[in-house]
Write a protein that binds this ligand. Structure first.
Ligand SMILES: CC(C)(COP(=O)(O)OP(=O)(O)OC[C@H]1O[C@@H](n2cnc3c(N)ncnc32)[C@H](O)[C@@H]1OP(=O)(O)O)[C@@H](O)C(=O)NCCC(=O)NCCS
Length: 153
């Protein structure tokens, strides 16, 4: 392996053995994190579950659900110490490319209205707001709507 390749974070498929590390990150960066069962179900369903790693460190991860002619990004996450260094954009670009490989013509996702960082990331990569799903997410007080976003591929 060349020294040059080792200087860049790399994508690899997530496995069940990775879930302790994934959950460690998930529980830090989300007030309402996914459970181990959510990740296990995604792995068993054959969804596109991918890690972004730099050497042994977990930089980020995401989960892509393929559908009939479209794809749905269920999770996209960057570990706190790695945020604001372009890795979220790299993950999103990766999942756009994976969706195209799966012959999807559109990619969709949900985001909390309060999640300004994620909304800015998606808007910057061509996603447009398509509508709202009322009371979609658990929140500290009651429930929070989701904004449905999507883009053509
Ligand atoms: C949202 C998230 C994935 C962004 O990843 P990141 O690696 O920090 O983002 P990047 O460095 O790639 O930034 C890409 C763009 O996103 C936007 N962005 C990222 N963090 C931001 C912040 N804190 N405030 C405002 N905009 C932000 C900016 O538009 C940025 O472009 P710029 O650097 O040219 O201004 C990351 O903050 C995260 O994992 N958050 C917690 C989990 C989460 O909310 N996931 C999304 C659920 S829908």
């Amino acid at each position: 392996m060349s020294a040059q390749l080792e200087t860049l974070p790399r994508f690899r498929p997530m496995r069940e053995a990775d879930l302790d590390g994934v959950l460690e990150v998930e529980n830090v960066i989300y007030p309402h994190p996914w459970s181990r069962g959510n990740f296990e179900d995604s792995l068993r369903a054959g969804y596109g579950c991918w890690l972004l790693e730099w050497r042994q460190a977990l930089v980020g991860y995401g989960v892509l659900m393929p559908g009939a002619g479209e794809a749905h990004l269920l999770n996209i996450s960057v570990a706190r110490d790695w945020q604001r260094q372009g890795h979220g954009r790299a993950l999103l670009d990766f999942f756009v490319a994976r969706s195209r490989e799966l012959r999807a013509t559109a990619l969709f996702l949900e985001v909390r209205p309060s999640n300004a960082a994620a909304r800015a990331l998606y808007a910057g990569q061509g996603f447009r707001e398509l509508g709202r799903r009322p009371h979609y997410y658990p929140a500290v007080a009651g429930r929070e709507d989701a904004i449905l976003m999507g883009r053509q591929l």
